[in-house]
Design a protein. Structure first.
Length: 64
């Protein structure tokens, strides 16, 4: 499993890996950090963090 962001090489958290899979493709093998995902989707990092919590509350298994 990748441990660094594909674009900026920042270390990745499990939530960032799960969010990349959720937003881009569950089959991803390369992942983006919060900052790079935020740029890609034109949202803030805080908005992405809130979505992770929403997904977790909904029981999404990518965010166990």
């Amino acid at each position: 499993m990748a441990d660094a962001c594909l674009q900026c090489a920042s270390p990745l958290s499990r939530d960032e890996i799960g969010l990349t899979k959720k937003l881009i493709n569950r089959g991803c093998t390369e992942f983006l950090c919060y900052a790079c995902l935020a740029k890609r989707f034109d949202v803030t990092v805080e908005e992405l963090r809130r979505k992770v919590e929403e997904f977790r509350e909904m029981g999404c298994t990518l965010f166990d």
